[in-house]
Design a protein around this ligand. Structure first.
Ligand code: 5GP
Ligand code: ZN
Length: 112
């Protein structure tokens, strides 16, 4: 499958990896929009939140546990925003489920 994030999982494309376990990978975003901007993904290819089901839903819980672990580390502020874009009109450009973790500056609301 021609998926950029699957290629990052398989290490065919390099990325600055912050955390990895059996099912979750966390790496820095290539084009950060905040001083802290990393992405948490499932290693398994799930296209977007519409494809979460009873078989893979535990992976989403694992992602959030990992985010919590990472953000409790000293170098990452405990105030941050988690963003998931589902579908092109919502801003999804990579069709492999991912959660943006943004921090290190004031974040306005509502988003654009
Ligand atoms: P989306 O727009 O789908 O919500 O977010 C995709 C994100 O992936 C963007 O913030 C973009 O900068 C990031 N991205 C796209 N290609 C790569 C890549 O090859 N490496 C890394 N580290 N990030 C990428
Ligand atoms: Zn993928």
């Amino acid at each position: 499958m021609d998926c950029i994030f699957c290629k990052i999982v398989s290490k065919d494309i390099p990325a600055e990896i912050l955390y990895e376990n059996e099912s979750v990978l966390v790496f820095k975003d290539l084009n950060p929009v905040a001083p802290i901007h990393f992405l948490a993904i499932t290693k398994e290819h799930i296209s977007c939140t519409n494809d979460i089901n009873s078989k893979n839903k535990h992976l989403i819980g694992e992602i959030f546990e990992v985010i919590s672990l990472i953000c409790k580390k000293k170098d990452i502020p405990t105030e941050y925003r988690i963003v998931n874009n589902c579908g092109a009109k919502a801003g999804q450009t990579v069709p492999h489920i991912h959660f943006h973790i943004l921090g290190g500056r004031e974040l306005s609301w509502p988003p654009g």
